[in-house]
Every structure is written in structure tokens, then in C-alpha cells.
Design a protein around this ligand. Structure first.
Ligand code: GLN
Length: 527
């Protein structure tokens, strides 16, 4: 196993995850099997209970792990499926060590950060990397991204574990990539000083980078590269400029142009192989159409819906359609905003804020024959809207939001749940798709698997009534409704699950493909 550790300097939010995922893609395009681990130095056991407005989307893995959104980038860039252990947090590591201590595993010793916490981190990384499999192939290279910025108190034990691994493993088995910012000053000149300082901080911890990836608004000029090379003690060929790219999927190509592949392969003693460029063609295919899609949200932060954004992009690429997203504030938008859209998407969510607006947007889409895609809460609110307007239950609502005609009710197995962490209906579940429906047209099969994250469902007491009034439940898991659609409408489709989590640039998610296609056709009709 070869390890590529990725650290960050200067500040967070530089695109460290995208850089790491891009390096993985570059190796994958050369036929190497790659996996990835993300370290989040916070104390939470996982991202499941974190506010997405602060931390971005909670990504859901097939095994039900609720993890950092970077794992989504790894799955999309590397076309792999990861599992819970691929997201390490301080909480997880300490919990294990403390449990071992209570069990008596360290009997006689004083349990300390070094060696007990660092041993646990190293063991966890190695075990996870070794256990990984992709269609029967083991990983040859494991990316390990250390979240946060070098110098943060919380990341110290992890950086120490990286230092130990670098010392213990043969030199050619590890590489360290440090991602930093090269900002422009008020005169517009690029400054290398913050990078020099962050590398200094790294070296104080005993870590010397092999490669420095410099994020900046333009390609780094030669003299800046020279300066970084001189002051940070890396060869100039290992100073890699990562200027802002028009699309994240083009970052691997930009890094290729900078020659990062050879530096990585040389550092790790890996053979230089031919490059399969199919992925590059897919992510740069020309657009010939455009569609404007409104996403109705209570958050003004796009990262909350990262996977949805990416799934729309994947579908758009496959249909040569550039998807323009308009973010609609669920509490303030009006019908004029909706009239300009080619399609309306109501995403998942928790809590009652913005719910009336979401219901109004769904009604508008249904009545005005605008393509609609509802995800999770969007699926549930489509049922509520239908119950209110078609069935005449004016007080129809979800049990999550209060009294009334509860057409959406708590899942029976959730009634006893007290702890909120990791207790929802999570991850992969089988869905049976009914033949002759839109769902069946899209998926092309009757047995599908999709990822879930919810506590409520369509109330079984109302299913017959809803069906009789014309709404079709075209996907089910037993008596649990999973997909709904409205015959006669150009595209009115919603899922209790989150199909965006399985979407890949080269394999767009069927519901998103159907939705973007309908939006494109809707635009053509309007023109
Ligand atoms: N809040 C709803 C539920 O728990 C929807 C969840 C979601 O949209 N992910 O069922």
C-alpha cells in the first residue's frame, strides 16, 4: 500500500479535498486502484448531527455512514464506494481508545496521546486501506486527507501519526502533498509568504512536503515558483500551480498539465503508464443546450446541496445541457421567480422552516406542468401538497411538523429512538420498481438500490386514497413508498431516497437524467 497524505496550510476551504480527489483520478486514469480516507479532527463521532449550514452537506454512504462531503467527492472522482471507517474523526478514535482502556487492553500503562491515540490512528488507516475493495480489486494507493489547517490544536495527533507512518514505512511508500494559498496583495501581486509560513509550521512538526500545490487566482509565474522551491525546500518541479478551474472535474487535467503525475509516481516509485483519457472527454463534453433549474431551499449555502448540484451537472453533461441553478429562498420567493424556470427541484431537509414555500413550489410545478423533482422531504411534501389540493385535506401535514391530517408519519421502528446520532433509516435499501412507469423507463430494471436518510414515510393509512386520486407510487420497499409520479404530467417525480449520492460524472443518476431531460424539453417548448 502506498499512502499519499494531503495537508492544508494558510486557511481552510482551499479545495484540498478536490485536489486530493484529482490526484486520485490522475492515478486511476493510469490504471492504479485508489481509495481515500478523510480525517476530520472534530470531536463528533460522525457528521450526522452537524448543521449543514456550518459544515456543508452530510453525505450518506451505502453502508449508512453519515460522513463529510469530501467523501462524496472521492466517490465521484474515483468511481468507488466507501464505507464508514473511511471518515475518521477525533471522536471515533478517542471512543475506541477509551473503550479499550475500560476493557483492560492497556492494563498497567498510562494511556496517552502518544503512543495510544497515534497507534489507534495508524492502525485504523492501515486497516481501512487494506480492507478496501472495488469490484474485487484491492487498493494500491490510499489518499489520506487531513482536514483543517496545519497548526490547529485538534489536528496535532493526526499529523503526529502521519509523521510516524512516514518514518516507519519505506521512503517510497508515502508522499506528502501540502495544499496552500498564494493570495494576491492589494496591488494584485501574488504573495508566497503565507505558503512559506505554513510549510515552516509543517516542518516544525517533523513533516517535509514532497509536493506543494499552490491555489491561486491565476497560474503561478516562474519567479513565485522559484521562491517557494527555495524557501520551502522542494524541487521546482514539485511546486504545482492550481489556478481556479471553471469546473471541479477539470482540476485533474489542470494538475496533469503542471506535471504532477510524474512527481507523484517518482516519489512513490510507481511505474509510468499510459493514460486512459475517457474521463477527461466526459467531463469536458460540449454543451449545446441550457436549462435553468430552481432549487427551493431554506439555506443560502450551496454546499448544503453539493451532491444534488453535482448530480444535475452529471445529467447535464450526458445530455449536452448546461444546468444553471437558481437558488430560491423558500421563505421569500414568489410565483414570478418560478415562472422563469425550466424545472423545479425540492430537496431534502429537516425542520418546519421554509416548508410552506416548498409546498407552494410543488403545487406550482404540478398545476403549470413544470418538470419537478422531489428528494426525501421534497417527496414527502409532494404527498402533502397532493393531499391538500387534490384530496381536499386542507390540514394535511407531516407528523414531523405538527398536528393535522398526517399523511406523512414516523417510521414505526423510529418511534422508540432516543439518540439522534446515526439512528435514521440510513444507507442502501432495495426498491422494487413497477413496470410500465416513468421510474421503470428511467432505471430500466425492477430491482434497484438507493441510499436513504429519513425518519418519516408516507402514512400507510392514506396510501389507497392517494393512489385512487391518481398519484402513482412506482417504487416501493414492502409497504414503504419510495417513488411517486403523476401520470399525464411532463415530469412529476419524487423519491424518498437520495439518488444524488450514487451519481457519477460517467454514470448519471436515472431520476436526475429524466428530470434534466424534461427541463430541456420544457425549455424547447417554451421557446
Ligand atoms: N425530515 C424528513 C424525514 O426525516 C426528510 C429527511 C430528508 O429530507 N433527508 O423523514
Amino acid at each position: 500500500m502506498k499512502y499519499i497524505f494531503v495537508t492544508g496550510g494558510v486557511m481552510s476551504g482551499l479545495g484540498k479535498g478536490i485536489t486530493a480527489a484529482s490526484i486520485g483520478r490522475i492515478l486511476k486514469n493510469r490504471g492504479y486502484q485508489v481509495t481515500a480516507i478523510k480525517i476530520d479532527p472534530y470531536l463528533n463521532i460522525d457528521a450526522g448531527t452537524m448543521n449543514p449550514a456550518q459544515h456543508g452537506e452530510v453525505f450518506v454512504l451505502s453502508d449508512g455512514g453519515e460522513v463529510d462531503l469530501d467523501l462524496g467527492n472521492y466517490e465521484r472522482f474515483l468511481d468507488i464506494e466507501l464505507t464508514r471507517p473511511h471518515n475518521i474523526t477525533t471522536g471515533k478514535i478517542y471512543k475506541t481508545v477509551i473503550e479499550k482502556e475500560r476493557h483492560g487492553d492497556f492494563l498497567g500503562s498510562t494511556v496517552q496521546i502518544i503512543p495510544h491515540i497515534t497507534d489507534e490512528i495508524k492502525g485504523h488507516i492501515a486497516k481501512t486501506a487494506e480492507a478496501f475493495e472495488n469490484h474485487g480489486h484491492k487498493a494500491e494507493v490510499c489518499l489520506v486527507e487531513v482536514g483543517g489547517t496545519v497548526g490547529d490544536i485538534e489536528s496535532m495527533p493526526f499529523l503526529e501519526a502521519v509523521r510516524q507512518m512516514r518514518g516507519e514505512l519505506p521512503a517510497q511508500d508515502t508522499a506528502l502533498v501540502h495544499v496552500t494559498l498564494v493570495p494576491a496583495d492589494t496591488m494584485g501581486d501574488l504573495k508566497t509568504k503565507p505558503t512559506q509560513h505554513s510549510v515552516k509550521a509543517l516542518r516544525e512538526l517533523g513533516l517535509r512536503p514532497d509536493i506543494i500545490v499552490c491555489r491561486s487566482d491565476r497560474v503561478l509565474p516562474g519567479h513565485s515558483r522559484r521562491k517557494i522551491s527555495d524557501f520551502c525546500d522542494v524541487p521546482i518541479s514539485a511546486v504545482i500551480s492550481a489556478a481556479d478551474a471553471p469546473d471541479i472535474y477539470q482540476v485533474p487535467m489542470e494538475l496533469e498539465k503542471e506535471g504532477i503525475a510524474n512527481v507523484i509516481l517518482d516519489t512513490l516509485g510507481l511505474e509510468k503508464r499510459g493514460v486512459d483519457s475517457e474521463w477527461y472527454h466526459t467531463v469536458t463534453a460540449e454543451y449545446t443546450n441550457r436549462a435553468t433549474i430552481g432549487i427551493v431551499t431554506k439555506y443560502g449555502i450551496e454546499d448544503v446541496y453539493l451532491s444534488i448540484k453535482e448530480a444535475l451537472k452529471h445529467a447535464g453533461r450526458a445530455l449536452s445541457t448546461e444546468v444553471r441553478i437558481r437558488w430560491l429562498d423558500a421563505e421569500t420567493f414568489d410565483d414570478h421567480d418560478l415562472a422563469e424556470l425550466d424545472g423545479i427541484l425540492v430537496p431534502g431537509g429537516f425542520g418546519s422552516r421554509g416548508v410552506p414555500g416548498k409546498i407552494r413550489a410543488i403545487q406550482y410545478a404540478r398545476e403549470n406542468r413544470i418538470p419537478f423533482l422531489g428528494i426525501c422531504l421534497g417527496f414527502q411534501m409532494a404527498v402533502v401538497e397532493f393531499a391538500r389540493d387534490v384530496l381536499g385535506y386542507k390540514d394535511a401535514i407531516s407528523e414531523e411538523f405538527g398536528p393535522g391530517t398526517q399523511v406523512i408519519a414516523i417510521l414505526p421502528e423510529q418511534e422508540e429512538v432516543k439518540d439522534l446520532g446515526g439512528t435514521m433509516r440510513l444507507g442502501d435499501c432495495q426498491v422494487d420498481v413497477a413496470t410500465g412507469t416513468t421510474a421503470w423507463d428511467l432505471y430500466g430494471k425492477t430491482g434497484i438500490v438507493e441510499r436513504h436518510r429519513h425518519r418519516y414515510e408516507v402514512n400507510p393509512e392514506y396510501i389507497e386514497e392517494i393512489k385512487t386520486a391518481g398519484l402513482v407510487f412506482s417504487g416501493k420497499n414492502g409497504n414503504r413508498m419510495e417513488i411517486l409520479e403523476l401520470p399525464g404530467h411532463p415530469f412529476f417525480f419524487a423519491t424518498q431516497f437520495h439518488p444524488e449520492f450514487r451519481s457519477r460524472p460517467t454514470r448519471p443518476s436515472p431520476p436526475y437524467l429524466g428530470f434534466v431531460n424534461a427541463c430541456r424539453e420544457n425549455k424547447e417548448i417554451k421557446q
